[in-house]
Design a protein around this ligand. Structure first.
Ligand code: HAM
Length: 436
């Protein structure tokens, strides 16, 4: 039997209803903030991700799924490398949405020199070659927002509020969420701070793990994220960025917190929060639901250099993405019921095959009036059809026999009270709609 790939889930039933509900909730909230939906291709040039997410990030170095057509793969095998491929032949499945959305904004000139701010959102599958475990998949779904040309710290706070609003509307109360924030500075203050952390790591090199020593060379700030207890203990005394921000970044951070306070959103300042993607500047944040125990259920931040890295004119940006599967686990941990399946309002039953054509027309007539109805095409007895109507939780049953066909009527049966009445066919839809 063919099987799905580990870490790639089929989306159906309760989980599919929850996904559709999540997208609907997102749409209704984001609409009030003036965000429009965008869909970018799942396949992008590798360069799009390398420029944005960063060559040194784990996502690019270890997790990105590279894609070759069969013909290209033959060539790569023959050459023993992909050096002969053109940039546009080097493709990858998107590991996240930001780089692709920013690429699209640059390519279609949405930003127009920053004259207008650009507000976009997406709900898409992402792909990362990770070791699958609870809440960590190879194909997962993100809902995310990207907001370009909004430099004001008020935008940072508003953006975070959109995320928190999503969780609470889905049924996760604020007191079950933990919002952590930090500032990652900018190109002005980052080099000096990076050098400080690098020097600190080198001073403790004898006690640190191999991974951290490697990270110290290419991306020392990532060492704050190491799960090794000894490394964590050492990094507790490392220099913290908040003490080394330049004046402009420090002011932006203070203002962002001021706006968050204004919104009465509580947050934890976590000076060790560094995020796994290299494009961040200034504000970064992550949200956890400790009861779910699946790590971050969402995260994001500001990326004031990304548009330029993707080939556009300088323009700031910010955004976030939430992991749908982790949100689903959080909802389950908090016993929030998934949306119930919707049932047919009407079940159309008929007594024999002679009435089948009449029943067929009645069903379609009701659907034309936007009434959800079902009928059996399994040649069941009337008793079996009633049973099925009960199983489907149908509110009404339309019963059609020889007499009904002759009179151009139906019998309408209330499945709760079991009361029945004869209704003229041309009055049926209006009567049912009035009771919906
Ligand atoms: P990220 O933190 O890499 O950020 O991912 C956002 C969320 O996606 C995570 O908080 C998590 O809930 C979920 N997630 C990540 N990896 C997995 C996985 N393997 N399995 C299941 N869920 C996962 C970004 O992707 C940025 N693009 C967010 C952003 C948008 N920043 C600015 N704009």
């Amino acid at each position: 039997m063919a099987q799905k790939i580990q870490g790639c889930e089929d989306l159906y039933g309760d989980q599919m209803r929850l996904w559709q509900h999540a997208v609907a909730v997102a749409r209704s909230i984001f609409d009030t903030f003036g965000f429009e939906m965008i869909e970018t291709p799942a396949l992008e040039q590798v360069a799009t991700f390398v420029h944005g997410i960063g060559e040194s990030s784990d996502v690019v170095r270890k997790e990105m799924f590279r894609v070759y057509s069969a013909a290209l793969l033959d060539g790569v095998m023959q050459h023993g490398s992909e050096d002969h491929l053109k940039a546009k032949q080097r493709m990858a499945l998107r590991p996240e949405g930001t780089a692709g959305v920013v690429r699209a904004c640059v390519e279609h000139n949405f930003i127009q020199g920053g004259a207008n701010d650009t507000r976009l959102w997406y709900a898409e599958a992402m792909f990362r070659g990770e070791r699958p475990q609870k809440g960590r998949l190879r194909q997962f779904h993100q809902i995310g927002v990207e907001w370009l040309a909004a430099p004001d710290p008020a935008a940072d706070a508003e953006c975070i509020m959109m995320l928190m609003k999503f969780y609470t509307t889905m049924g996760i109360p604020l007191d079950k969420l933990q919002l952590r924030i930090n500032s990652m500075g900018d190109t002005e203050c980052r080099p000096a701070y990076r050098a400080l952390v690098q020097a600190y790591i080198k001073k403790h090199a004898d006690s640190m793990c191999e991974d951290c020593l490697e990270r110290a060379e290419i991306n020392p700030l990532r060492v704050f994220d190491c799960k090794n207890e000894t490394c964590q203990a050492i990094m507790q005394d490392a220099p913290l960025y908040r003490d080394h921000l330049c004046d402009a970044c420090a002011e932006h951070y203070v203002q962002t917190k001021h706006f968050l306070d204004q919104l009465h959103l509580s947050y934890i300042e976590d000076p060790t929060l560094v995020r796994g993607l290299d494009y961040y500047t200034r504000t970064v944040f992550e949200v956890e639901c400790p009861d779910a125990g699946v790590g971050a259920i969402g995260g994001g931040g500001r990326y004031d250099n990304l548009v330029e890295l993707e080939g556009g004119h300088p323009c700031c940006g910010l955004g976030w993405a939430l992991g749908f599967e982790r949100v689903a686990l959080a909802l389950a941990a908090l016993n929030v019921e998934p949306p119930a399946p919707s049932f047919p309002f009407v079940y159309v039953a008929y007594t024999s095959q002679q009435e089948r054509m009449y029943a067929f027309s009645v069903s379609n007539m009701l659907r034309d009036s936007h009434i959800r109805c079902e009928s059996s095409y399994q040649m069941r007895s009337l008793k079996a059809q009633f049973k099925q109507a009960d199983k489907y939780n149908a509110r009404y049953c339309v019963v059609i026999g020889e007499a009904e066909v002759a009179a151009n009527e139906v019998t309408l049966r209330d499945m709760q009270t079991h009361e029945q009445e004869r209704v003229a066919l041309d009055e049926l839809a209006a009567k049912l709609k009035a009771r919906m």
